[in-house]
Design a protein around this ligand. Structure first.
Ligand code: GLN
Length: 486
């Protein structure tokens, strides 16, 4: 049995039945890390092998006497480096937090711990989650395991690459404008951004608080459902977390789409969409129809303004959230004598170019005299975008679109051109502005053998329906098995 080829659900079943031990699991993954991590560079920090093997050994011994089951027991899972892990460095891909060791666990991490998971490593990311390629990380880029010359997507590029390269069995990412779905599409894996408020943000280092959500990146849809079962739910420590009961996501998975109404928005198949991506997504829609879904053309006219609104709202919130990095309480501190000089030098040294660009943009958008023209307008547009979706989702159950306009581009190709980089999130950003759940799953390969992602968007708190549609499509096709490996 090749342990690292198994999905989370398969590995968990084999472990529960005693067909594979915790030590075997841990060793198999560390062997893989030793073999390919130097090529992929998915991790900023990896767990200490000896310590984890010892823990696994003790677990195997205990289980030999008393078989207790927990859903994530002994499962090596990776966590994006902007999610706090007690006692383990959490850098946000930034020099500013290079040596920051959180004194507490994020709620999602605490929940996974209660369910027995093993933290295999903290994954690389764009600095403070600002980017679409993982190239803005202060610790160097991650590479796409499907093609080492290509970007893995971003900002959760390390998490997506780690799952695709079998460096972990599943991972957590965060998504403010596409950062779970877009890298999942680039690396040929599954990424789910939950409804805003579905998963606690406590312990997630804030980028744009009204948009950020944590979610799973996994090998297939069933694994995403399983991860959601563990991390979703109300948390009194996050005032924006919703007190909505968590359904049984695994039970919601069915292999047909009978009667489901699937909307296809006109505006998502317009200029800028790569023909190979369009063909793959249109083929997927035909396959969904064959699975008895009812396909309906819809319109989301405000889509055109999504990028502009997002880059005002997200930067405004970022400029305020990142004001806390002043060298006083934690993080990097410059060696300057005067207080003001110390503040300025700390931020100059600690932040990279993209973060500085966003802080400046956001501060400008919020400044007196410009607030109404920029931030206020962007908020008004956000309401209209949400209204578009509300209207459309009265007529259909889910909406299907491409995740990204092109397959993964080459490393270095867009890093000097921020606008081009921003455009790679054109299909994911409006979903965050509207606060909706959406999944990306593989639906094809380009002629260059790079994965293509299909996005399925749902109504608020209807992750089950999104998962069900994704699962039915996945089970009827083979794209999730065709990921080009290393
Ligand atoms: N790429 C988008 C940005 O740069 C989204 C990032 C994210 O979702 N964290 O802001």
């Amino acid at each position: 049995m090749n342990v690292r080829k198994l999905t989370l659900c398969e590995l968990k079943d084999k472990f529960m039945k005693g067909e594979v031990s915790a030590v075997e699991i841990v060793k198999a993954y560390f062997q893989r890390v030793l073999l390919v991590e130097s090529k992929v560079k998915a991790y900023i920090t990896t767990a200490k092998k000896d310590a984890l093997v010892k823990e696994a050994d003790e677990l195997d011994f205990t289980l030999s006497k008393w078989r207790k089951t927990m859903p994530l027991m002994a499962m090596p899972i990776a966590v994006k480096d902007n999610i706090c892990t007690k006692g383990v460095k959490t850098t946000c891909g930034s020099r500013m937090l290079e040596n920051f060791v959180p004194p507490y666990d994020a709620t999602v991490v605490a929940r996974m711990k209660e369910h027995g998971y093993y933290l295999i490593g903290k994954t690389n990311m764009d600095e403070f989650a600002m980017g679409s390629s993982t190239e803005t990380s202060a610790f160097g880029p991650t590479r796409n395991p499907c093609n080492l010359a290509a970007i893995p997507g971003g900002s959760s590029g390390g998490s997506a690459a780690a799952v695709a390269a079998e460096l972990c069995v599943a991972a957590l990412g965060s998504d403010t404008g596409g950062s779970i779905r877009q890298p999942a599409a680039c690396c040929g894996v599954v990424g789910l951004k939950p409804t805003y408020g579905r998963v606690s943000r406590y312990g997630l280092v804030a980028f744009a608080s009204s948009l950020d959500q944590i979610g799973p990146i996994t090998k297939d849809v069933r694994d995403a459902a399983m991860m959601m079962q563990v991390i979703a739910g109300h948390d009194p420590l996050d005032s924006t977390s919703a007190d909505v009961p968590v359904p049984d996501y695994m039970k919601a998975l069915k292999e047909n789409l009978r009667g489901m109404k699937v909307g296809v928005p006109l505006e998502f198949f317009a200029e800028g969409l790569d023909p190979e991506v369009e063909l793959a997504v249109r083929t997927a829609i035909i396959q969904m129809q064959a699975l008895k879904a009812e396909i309906k053309e819809i319109s989301l006219p405000m889509t055109t303004y999504a990028i502009a609104a997002y880059y005002l709202i997200a930067t405004a919130e970022a400029s305020s959230n990142l004001a806390r990095y002043d060298g006083v309480k934690y993080g990097h501190r410059a060696k300057e004598k005067g207080l003001l000089e110390m503040y300025m030098k700390t931020r100059q040294e600690g932040f990279g170019a993209e973060v500085k660009r966003r802080i400046m943009l956001g501060t400008y958008a919020l400044s007196a005299g410009y607030y109404d023209a920029y931030y206020g307008k962007a908020q008004a547009v956000r309401t209209l975008i949400k209204r578009d979706f509300d209207e459309a989702l009265k007529e259909v159950d889910v909406i299907v679109t491409p995740t990204m306009p092109t397959p993964a581009f080459k490393l270095g190709e867009k890093i000097q051109d921020p606008l081009q980089m921003y455009l790679s999130d054109i299909y994911t950003i409006s979903v965050n502005l509207a606060g909706l759940p959406a999944i990306s799953l593989p639906c094809g390969l380009s002629s260059g053998k790079l994965p293509i992602g299909l996005q399925i968007i749902g109504r608020p708190f209807e992750e089950e329906k999104v998962l069900r549609a994704a699962y039915a499509y996945e089970q009827a096709t083979e794209w999730h098995l065709k990921r080009p490996g290393l």
